[in-house]
Design a protein around this ligand. Sequence first.
Ligand code: AMP
Ligand code: MG
Length: 347
Amino acid sequence: MNTMVWKVDKYVDNLENNPQVVDAANFLRKNEVVALPTETVYGLGGNAESDEAVAKIYVAKGRPGDNPLIIHIAEREQLKQFAAEVPALAETLMDAFWPGPLTIIFKRKEGVLSEKATAGLATVAVRMPDHPVALALLKSCGLPIAAPSANSSGKPSPTKAEHVLDDLNGKIAGVLDGGVTGVGVESTVVDCTEMIPVILRPGGVTKEQLEAVVGEVREDAALTDEAAQPKAPGMKYRHYAPNAPLFMVSGTAGFLQRLVEEKRSEGLRVGLLTTEENVSGYDADLVLACGRRGELETVAAALYDTLRRFNQENVDIIFSEIFPNTGVGHAIMNRLQKAAGNKLISE
Ligand code: AMP
Ligand code: MG
């Protein structure tokens, strides 16, 4: 399949009628799948009402069929079509965070969305992305769009159109190239089917931000207890992994440098993930600065691109600094733990 690349300037007016966006929307209406920029990462969109379209998403990504998709909408009105109920708590969260990087789990109405999109669950995950190109595409096609991250399953999520093409060129109808995404880590997934909201996946909206709006917020036990069964099916899979094994390192810069030297003396090409503050203090085969530690949002924005750059340089092993587990650092550490398969070396 020839994968189209539609370049779109996200700052132009009247994006809904932009020929590239209209072209992409037409493919969606024909149940083809197209990648689109959002404020978190690039998504791989398909008509959520169509088994045919949703099946194409799973096939292109190589995604396990038991991992449900997030449904993207442009208008809150659309929720009524497929959410069985919209609790007051969810209304409050939508008022505060939509459009934005917050996915809300609702009880699902039967018979509207493709069962494949929700992996047969009685619930459905929904979000309204805060990106002018994504919103224009959603409005232009008028459909609820199922859109997981537009990467091959298991790989780091795409934050640029080039990342999408690296993984999916020839496997999807096209990609709307709207430039680099902003937040860089995926949305926070919060279950609103109970009285107290539960975070199933940390992401772009922090626990602290949620609590400031709705009071008590819990976290799924699986986020801290490896033995617990996660409520978000996707959280049980290894994700975001670069090709070389990645180890998180807790300790001083001196300790990390000694680990690097040990592996180099064994003849391995060693990569090191640090931040701009520390980048000049290390010596390894490839030292990459992933944003600034003093501003964790910049680390989130650069994380997946940095993980992908290690692949291009063919390192044999990667050591990474770790980050504070608060605010957006919580989402960063969750992704790093998954990328590392939880491998942690402590001083
Ligand atoms: P992705 O779209 O790849 O960023 O992943 C979406 C995440 O949301 C995965 O971890 C899914 O398992 C999770 N998810 C989607 N729908 C539901 C649902 N109805 N209940 C719980 N988790 C969900
Ligand atoms: Mg994903």
